[in-house]
Design a protein around this ligand. Structure first.
Ligand SMILES: Cc1ncc(COP(=O)(O)O)c(C=O)c1O
Length: 392
């Protein structure tokens, strides 16, 4: 198990250490929930003030021509750099759920001879709920959600779209993106990746993937309910249609014509007016990631994981996350029958993680702003707290 001195020595040599001061983390809090709601970048406080007081207050409607209208594509290009997509393949819009709906319907219409969406049972609920809603909107199509070990067999010549979440929200298990994209393509199917739990902490290379979605409020630090993003590979952009065909995705929104004509490239994936207060906060969060080598950042996440996993082992906690770094994301899950009570008590003691039904304690390991010392200290408090809640 790592000692405090060892942790401090690692912090002294940490190439990301200077990022911590850029985040407003309250005194007395060890924040292990950046995989759910990322911490507040200090710069966002000024961005939000400027957006309200200057861009909205002073510039009023003129701001649409002074950066607001371009924000979805501009921020999309910054996200593209983090997920191995081209700058013209990503746009920011709506929520992850809404973007999933758009892409699943588009994917089902791509080849009408294929009628099944294949996904993983136990995927994040919204992915399955939205898929259920999307197949109900495209006659003759169905959803087949199967356990992970049956996925390969479920993908066949009836599969229209494989819908997978890169990093699992409970266990942090990570799919091999290149291998599963190839598996879908070998069967003639499309693949859509949900990157909500990976982008910003885990190296992502969408490679040949057809499409993807992700949220802005976890490791991208965009703020509560931040707008989400979607990616459509360039090769599909001319043919795929956005089923939520709103005026902002029109080729000429300000021509105010009755018939809908889809916009060029990713512009058609906009539906309504972008929420600029949230958009600007998201951009500020993403700017914190500019120029960061995601492989090096994830190496730090892996070291934080090993430190907390060792503490868990020492007190006999069952770790549900893979030990092999390439097989997991940037959080760690432990199983305990009294997980809910322990997580509540930990929050009282300043260690903020979360509980996932029925028995998982989940701790986010955000490598950008957590120190090795944080993890050693959190491990000690977790050990004391677990001891306070005997199993029977
Ligand atoms: C994998 C995944 N997809 C989607 C979402 C949330 O979707 P939305 O942003 O629409 O609430 C989450 C939220 O935790 C998630 O973990």
């Amino acid at each position: 198990m790592m000692t405090l001195d060892e942790a401090r020595a690692l912090d002294a040599a940490d190439p990301f250490a200077m990022h911590r001061a850029r985040f407003a983390i309250p005194d007395g809090v060890i924040y292990l929930d950046g995989n759910s709601l990322g911490a507040l970048p200090r710069a966002t406080i000024d961005t939000a003030r400027d957006t309200v007081a200057h861009q909205w207050g002073d510039r009023l409607i003129r701001s649409w021509g002074e950066g607001w209208m371009d924000a979805p594509a501009r921020i999309g290009a910054k996200i593209a750099a983090l997920i191995g997509a081209k700058s013209n393949e990503v746009i920011v819009a709506d929520s992850t759920s809404t973007n999933l709906f758009k892409l699943i319907v588009a994917g089902l219409r791509h080849d009408p001879t294929r009628t099944v969406v294949v996904s993983e049972a136990g995927n994040f609920p919204t992915d399955l709920h939205i898929a259920e809603g999307a197949v109900a909107c495209v006659p003759g199509t169905t959803l087949n959600a199967v356990p992970r070990d049956q996925l390969a067999d479920a993908i066949d010549d009836r599969t229209a779209l494989v819908l997978l979440t890169h990093v699992h929200y409970k266990t942090a298990e990570r799919f091999d993106m290149a291998a599963w994209t190839a598996r879908a393509h070998d069967a003639g199917a499309l693949i859509c990746w949900d990157l909500s739990h990976s982008a910003g902490a885990v190296p992502v290379d969408l490679g040949d993937a057809d499409c993807a979605v992700g949220c802005g409020y976890k490791f991208l630090n965009g703020g509560p309910g931040a707008p989400a993003y979607l990616m459509v590979a360039e090769r599909h952009q001319a043919d795929w249609a956005n089923p939520i065909s709103g005026w902002m995705g029109h080729a000429a929104p300000f021509a105010f014509t009755d018939p809908y004509e889809p916009g060029h490239g990713m512009e058609r994936w906009r539906s309504g007016t972008p929420a600029m207060l949230a958009m600007n906060a998201l951009e500020s969060g993403i700017d914190e990631m500019a120029g960061i080598d995601m492989t090096a950042l994830f190496a730090k996440s892996a070291a934080l994981f090993d430190s907390l996993a060792a503490q868990g082992d020492a007190i006999g906690l069952e770790c549900v996350s893979p030990r092999e770094p390439a097989s997991r994301g940037s959080h760690i899950g432990f199983r305990h029958p009294r997980a809910r009570e322990i997580v509540d008590a930990l929050i009282e003691r300043g260690v903020i993680g979360d509980f996932r039904d029925p028995d998982i304690m989940r701790f986010g390991l955000t490598p950008l702003y957590l120190s090795h010392e944080d993890i050693v200290r959190a491990g000690e408090i977790i050990a004391q707290t677990v001891a306070d809640f005997p199993r029977d």
